[in-house]
Design a protein around this ligand. Structure first.
Ligand code: SF4
Length: 89
């Protein structure tokens, strides 16, 4: 999520004043790693439907294709659903 700026008082560094750095996705037991992505598994996957071009004999037509994915998160983000138990506790 490029472009998201956290206020300075919500610094994500582990030793930051206020302790918010100890309540980020990286330290949350709900986070997961999928390939190079960090995802949130707090809730079921989100379903997105994409219209996919079809091959012969339906060339020129689109068919709905569902994809289920857990939402990607930034490890340093802070969330109200945080639960301790993840990496870096
Ligand atoms: S802090 Fe929130 S968004 Fe991040 S992994 Fe935990 S529940 Fe998900």
């Amino acid at each position: 999520m490029a472009g998201l700026l956290l206020p300075a008082h919500m610094s994500a560094h582990p030793g930051a004043p206020g302790g918010l750095g100890r309540r980020t996705c990286r330290q949350c037991r709900h986070h997961g790693v999928e390939g190079s992505d960090v995802v949130c598994r707090r809730y079921p996957p989100q379903v997105t439907v994409v219209l996919v071009p079809q091959g012969a004999p339906r060339v020129g037509q689109l068919a709905p294709q569902p994809f289920a994915t857990f939402p990607p998160v930034v490890p340093e983000h802070v969330c109200g659903e945080f639960a301790p138990g993840g990496e870096g506790r």
